[in-house]
Write a protein that binds this ligand. Structure first.
Ligand code: M6R
Length: 605
């Protein structure tokens, strides 16, 4: 994971680096570090933990200079310590790195034999040492000789103390942009923080490298021959998000959902119903599809699983929801009759990107549902549907998830129409129902008292169950992930039907169980499973559409949510579950926006 930034020609480089690192902190917050080259030489400052710790350290004296690199780390090799923070150094070189050098152990062994010593446990440290070994008077030549020795993924920012006016960068597998702004030139892992400094940028492709000076950038192709690469306007990259009065980004983003979902729906509908942008797939293509794979990680996988039920029921097409990290190492039978849809907020998740590459190699049609327009997934997929959630900063995804759900719903209705599985009248009614979801989410957000009191009960729980059937099962998985991710409570999302095949043995007196009931039709079966856990002492709460409270409250506490058609109910269920996770973590006094061990964007496999 990790985020990197660099600048050249920027007076007070340290300040710009810190600003950029704050915008990259979602990529990891185990440690931060900067290296600035100025008239006093290379100044390196590192701190363990969040970027604010680094910022505090700099208050007592920041290194001066206009050339610098910065790093925020999610530890892969070596603990979150100062020694393992970046930049990693050799005599002349300072390097920041996002990615994993898979052959670091072998490289380190041979470097040790060549007389180098190491001060960190990182895989990265081999890079400055190799650069040193390969240096014969030109940093560019040293980089050219070093890169082919590295196996694995990297986005690199490199400073050589012999060249105080040049910033170098290279990319393979991890994202990197080169930008130019009024003050100088920049590199950055993400367009949003880059847009704070640069008005135009180019996305580096795998194998490419660049040399940046105050006045511009020179690019090099895979064989290190110079190449032309135009810089384009960065457009609306989102910028660095602010809390705007909310205590946490997560709460702000939960409350942004009505607007985000409405904007996403508006982008794919008009007065006649669904109006998708050109996704490179004709009606005939949809008719000819033999199956659809919906692929993502974490919450994006849950959105995929929810949509799978929708696609099979409505578009009458075999559909599989897959974890990207599993899919890429399975042997999926893919050909041009398959559509692989990659779902990702960041568009930089390593496993999702690898799944996309696999699908392309195997000749499948590809489409992405993605929130970051300039991301690798968006750029590499055959077609793309952009969710308009805006910048999401909290590690726990909320608005991006619900936007993925509605986008997949619209894609499903479009596919169903193309395949003649539903009538235009049915599609129009479904779209109209979907367009009412933002108001319904608003109503859920207004009525958060009951959720808060449930959170108060949950804060002391050690185990919590989320139960549902079919698409409600997907919502159960999402509810469980959200709660465990930020409250550190052991949560199990379980298909209600599966409980008595083993898992029910975990139920004890007082175990909290949250049952999800998406519709009147689903109620009897799920309720019967809930009664089984109540019989064994569980403390049950049901999330159910309005209108069912009277009937259900004879069995358990009911938290109602606005009624909709069953297909959209799981999306609405996700919202109170987000609030539940938020308030529980808040009751426990935990770092909600940056839970331990996590990063927002998982750019390593
Ligand atoms: O950026 P992506 O949507 O590809 O990220 C996928 C997951 O890492 C992400 O959804 C993760 O599970 C969230 N932290 C869950 O809240």
């Amino acid at each position: 994971m990790c985020g990197i930034i660099g600048c050249v020609g920027v007076s007070g480089a340290a300040g710009a680096l810190i600003k950029g690192l704050k915008g990259l902190e979602y990529r990891g917050y185990d440690s931060g570090g900067i290296g600035v080259l100025g008239k006093n030489g290379l100044g390196v400052v590192k701190a363990v933990g969040e970027i604010k710790n680094l910022e505090n350290k700099l208050r007592s004296g920041a290194p001066e200079g206009s050339l610098g690199i910065g790093h925020t780390r999610w530890a892969t090799h070596g603990a979150a310590s100062k020694a393992n923070a970046h930049p990693q150094l050799s005599r002349r070189f300072a390097v920041v790195h996002n990615g994993i050098i898979e052959n670091a152990a072998e490289l380190k062994e041979s470097l040790l034999m060549s007389g180098f010593s190491f001060t960190s446990e990182t895989d990265t440290e081999v890079i400055p040492k190799l650069l040193e070994l390969n240096y014969t008077g030109s940093a560019l030549e040293a980089i050219k000789k070093t890169l082919p020795l590295l196996k694995g993924s990297y986005a690199l920012g490199i400073i050589c103390t012999e060249e105080p006016d040049a910033l170098y960068c290279a990319k393979n597998g991890s994202p990197l942009l080169v930008g130019r702004g009024a003050g100088g030139c920049f590199i950055c892992s993400d367009p949003a923080p880059l847009s704070e400094f640069a008005s135009e940028a180019a996305v580096l492709e795998d194998g490419e490298a660049a040399r940046l000076t105050k006045s511009g950038a020179e690019f090099y192709g895979a064989d290190f021959s110079p190449m032309e690469k135009p810089l384009r306007s960065l457009g609306k990259a989102g910028g660095i998000s602010e809390k705007n009065g909310f205590e946490h980004f997560m709460l702000k983003e939960i409350y942004e959902q009505p607007a985000a979902v409405a904007a996403t729906l508006e982008s794919v509908t008009d007065e006649n119903g669904i109006r998708l942008p050109d996704i490179g797939l004709s009606s005939e293509d949809f008719r000819r599809l033999s199956r659809i794979y919906l692929v993502g990680c974490g919450s994006a996988y849950h959105a995929a699983l929810m949509a799978k039920y929708f696609f099979e029921k409505t578009a009458l097409i075999p559909c599989f929801a897959e974890y990207a990290g599993e899919f890429r190492y399975e042997s999926p039978v893919l050909d041009e009759s398959c559509l692989v849809v990659i779902i990702s907020q960041s568009g930089e998740t390593a496993d999702s990107l690898a799944a996309l590459k696999l699908a392309r190699e195997r000749g499948a049609k590809t489409l992405s549902v993605v929130n970051v327009e300039q991301s690798s997934v968006a750029r590499m997929s055959g077609g793309r549907l952009l969710t308009l959630a805006g910048t999401e900063t909290a590690v726990a995804t909320t608005k991006a998830f619900t936007c993925q759900c509605v986008m997949l719903d619209m894609l499903c209705l479009h596919a169903a129409l193309c395949r003649g599985a539903i009538s235009p009248v049915f599609a129009k009614i479904a779209v109209d129902m979907c367009l009412r979801l933002p108001q319904k989410i608003e109503r859920i957000l207004e009525a958060h008292d009951e959720i808060q009191s449930l959170a108060d009960e949950l804060k002391s729980a050690e185990l919590c169950f989320f139960l549902g059937r079919n698409a409600d099962y997907a919502a159960a998985l999402e509810g469980a992930l959200k709660l465990k991710e930020i409250s550190y409570i052991n949560c199990i999302g379980c298909a209600a039907s599966e409980l008595k095949h083993g898992t029910i043995s975990l139920i004890e007196e007082g175990t909290p169980c949250i049952g999800l009931i998406g519709s009147r039709a689903a109620a009897p079966k799920t309720l019967s499973n809930i009664r089984e856990v109540i019989t064994r002492g569980a403390r049950a709460t049901l999330l159910a559409p309005e209108g069912l409270e009277r009937e259900l409250s004879r069995h358990a506490r009911v938290i109602p949510y606005p009624d909709t058609i069953p297909l959209f109910a799981p999306l609405l269920e996700a919202v109170p579950l987000q609030l539940l996770a938020y308030y529980t973590a808040k009751e426990k006094g935990l770092p909600i926006d940056k839970p331990r061990n996590l990063a927002k964007s998982v750019t390593v496999e």
